[in-house]
Design a protein around this ligand. Structure first.
Ligand code: ATP
Ligand code: MG
Length: 253
């Protein structure tokens, strides 16, 4: 099992969109996948769970108010979700940063191939618990000037987290999302990311595409839209590169 954090302290860069779609593509390739919504905004959960949800959530699990089985909601073939909770901000992680690791490394999850954790837009206590639980981090960035300028600082912070909290944490790669080829400045920003971070940047990137907000509005991953969007090919490319970087090809790609 590989546990992967999808993270950036910056908001709105596409962490949830990438979490939702990477996960869905992995499940379609035959991997058993569990998503964890660690963000109190619960956006990932809104994509996969329609209407009011009263069942077990990450907060209930952390508070030992529900079992792991009850917190894992089946949301598709090969696809499970531990739903988010806005109450997670009230959970005191101090002294129990390893609590998520404890739950996710449970023998009841031994069949799971991938756990994908959608992070909140901060290096909050819950995010630290996410990094402690993870093997890998996918950093999602957009191609805006502030985002690119902040990437170096974020990698320094992740290096510190590695040093003091989880020596096994590895940066799988930086994904550049929302690339708008019509904007000259975007091209400059993307070049800057590749020049600054080299092979740490995924070869795959995701363009700015209205299919993404459309899919969010419908509460589906982009593959479920009625038409084949350009961005779907890019997400599949990313998924294959993730598997390739992990050396986990199953021949269904
Ligand atoms: N490739 C894309 N093309 C077009 N719109 C996108 C793309 N990626 C993300 N968006 C849009 O950007 C917004 C933010 O995306 P998302 O919620 O995934 O970001 P986030 O990093 O998870 O945000 P937060 O930090 O608030 O959790 C959404 O409205 C989404 O529709
Ligand atoms: Mg999000």
């Amino acid at each position: 099992m590989k546990i992967i954090s999808i993270a950036n302290r910056k908001g709105g860069v596409g962490k949830t969109v990438i979490s939702a779609n990477l996960t869905y593509e992995l499940s379609k390739m035959g991997y058993l996948v569990l998503m964890v919504d660690l963000d109190s905004q619960c956006d990932l959960s809104k994509i996969y769970v329609q209407g009011d949800y009263e069942g077990g959530s990450i907060f209930h699990l952390l508070r030992q108010q529900c079992s792991l089985d009850n917190a894992c909601l089946e949301v598709g073939e090969n696809l499970y979700l531990i739903p988010g909770s806005r109450d997670i901000v009230h959970f005191d992680f101090r002294g129990s940063e390893g609590i998520l690791l404890h739950y996710l490394r449970n023998e009841r999850l031994e069949e799971v191939d991938f756990v994908i954790i959608d992070h909140p837009p901060a290096l909050s206590e819950s995010a630290l618990a996410g990094f402690v639980a993870s093997d890998e981090v996918v950093v999602v960035s957009d191609a805006e000037a502030f985002s690119v300028a902040n990437l170096g600082q974020l990698l320094d912070d992740l290096a510190h987290i590695q040093k003091v909290m989880n020596r096994d944490l590895h940066i799988l790669g930086i994904l550049v999302n929302k690339i708008d080829h019509r904007r000259k400045l975007t091209k400059v920003m993307v070049e800057e990311v590749y020049n600054s971070f080299g092979n740490s940047v995924f070869r795959a990137s995701v363009g700015y595409d209205s299919a993404i907000p459309t899919a969010i509005r419908k509460g589906v991953p982009v593959r479920k839209l009625a038409w084949h969007s350009r961005v779907l090919g890019q997400i599949r490319h990313l998924t294959k590169e993730v598997i390739e970087r992990l050396g986990m090809a199953n021949g269904n790609g």
